[in-house]
Design a protein around this ligand. Structure first.
Ligand code: PMP
Ligand code: GLN
Length: 381
């Protein structure tokens, strides 16, 4: 393994899911739903397979039906007008979109400012590009970005802001004022912005502000989203990048040599999914809001200090009130102690002390699973 990757090992999600399987514990660690998405979308995939649509290499940028559907979805929910031929690129999930963006846009030695705690693939993707990550730490209890600290973090080497709202793992959702301030800073310092908006449909408080919609951002922003989150088919790995033709072409150059293309039949199915009526997106969000409240209330009753998220399907809690200090040790012991898996937030920080007593639970699980997890956690005290 080269020096750039030695610190990465295996992802915390794979480790914690393996622990859940090994111990038979309830898995509130890795963020995947325990029920599949809409039946009609699954049927669309079956139809595509059966009709031989996408069974051979689809076009590099993605099948035209999906690229068109992405633009229609962005017009409907974001008010953005995109050209499906030049401003959309289909990727193997948001994960590839992030990696391809870093590989395409960074020079070795460039600095990338990203919120920490950060989604784990950000650090690895920046490292693979030979660039340096510069964390902008989000602090409990509110996890708001400190814009003065951000201004101080910008240097002549800063090339790119890697943003994520709704934010995994904290559930922070940027306000319009914060997003605008970030955009102004990007314009002032002539920075590129890569914005991971995979939880765009999971905002419970406030609004989702697409960074690309703000003044001066259209030509400097690469926006990333994924069907895995919105349609609950995380195994299909269909994501997309949108932005101005020049940036999308750059990311496509890198993507060509990572996976070449992404799985064909699923692209047709996701094209149909993106056209689901507004009621689908509304019900998806409201269903998860109820689960958020179920788990957040339960964790509070179990004695944890809960930071109720404004978005995503994760809730962060502090274990200090239980007399515990170290989230890593706590999460490793939790399956044996009470049959529940959670993820220690410390692993998402460069400076683990900032998140030492924080842990993350995923609530995209059936209500009975969430209730049983709470029952077990109450037995801890
Ligand atoms: N970004 C964030 C913030 C995520 O939480 C995830 C998935 N959990 C991804 C990217 C990756 O998405 P995909 O599964 O589409 O690769
Ligand atoms: N994004 C999911 C999470 O945050 C996991 C995805 C993965 O395992 N790479 O839990």
């Amino acid at each position: 393994l080269n020096r750039r990757l030695t610190e990465f090992g295996s992802t915390i999600f794979a480790e914690m899911s393996a622990l859940a399987v090994r111990t038979g514990a309830l898995n509130l660690g890795q963020g995947f739903p325990d029920t599949d998405g809409p039946e009609s979308v699954r049927e669309a995939a079956v139809r595509a397979l059966r009709d031989g649509r996408g069974n051979q290499y689809p076009p590099g940028p993605g099948v035209p039906e999906l690229r068109l559907a992405v633009t229609e979805h962005q017009r409907r929910f974001r008010g953005l007008d995109l050209d499906p031929d030049t401003e959309v690129l289909v990727t193997a999930g948001a994960t590839e979109a992030i990696a391809a963006s870093m590989l395409a846009l960074l020079e070795p030695g460039d600095e990338v400012i990203a919120f920490e705690p950060f989604y784990d693939s950000y650090a690895a993707s920046i490292a693979m590009a030979g660039a340096t990550r510069v964390p902008l730490t989000l602090h409990a209890p509110d996890f708001r970005p400190d814009l003065d600290a951000l201004r101080d973090a910008v240097t002549p080497r800063t090339r790119l802001l890697l943003l994520n709202s709704p934010h995994n793992p904290t559930g922070m959702v940027l306000t319009r004022a914060e997003a605008t301030a970030l955009a102004e800073l990007a314009v002032a310092h002539d920075l590129l912005v890569v914005t991971d908006e995979v939880y765009e449909h999971l905002v419970f408080e406030g609004e989702h502000v697409p960074l690309a919609s703000l003044p001066g951002m259209r030509d400097r922003t690469v926006s990333i989203s994924s069907s895995g989150k919105t349609f609950s088919y995380t195994g299909w790995k269909v994501g997309w990048v949108t932005g101005c033709p020049e940036l999308v072409a750059a990311v496509r150059t890198a993507k060509q040599y990572l996976t070449f293309v992404s799985a064909g039949p699923f692209q047709y199915a996701i094209a149909e999914a993106l056209r689901l009526p507004d009621a689908y997106f509304h019900d998806f969000r409201e269903g998860l809001r109820a689960k958020r409240d179920l788990l957040a209330d339960g964790l509070a009753e179990a004695g944890l200090a809960v930071h109720r998220p404004q978005g995503t399907y994760f809730v962060t809690a502090d274990i200090s009130p239980l007399g515990e200090k170290d989230g890593v040790a706590f999460c490793l012991a939790l399956p044996e102690r009470c049959g529940v898996v959670a993820v220690p937030t410390a692993v998402f920080y460069d400076d683990p002390s900032a998140g030492r007593s924080l842990i993350r639970f995923a609530f995209c699980k059936r209500d009975e699973v969430l209730r049983e997890a709470v029952r077990r956690l109450k037995g801890l005290t």
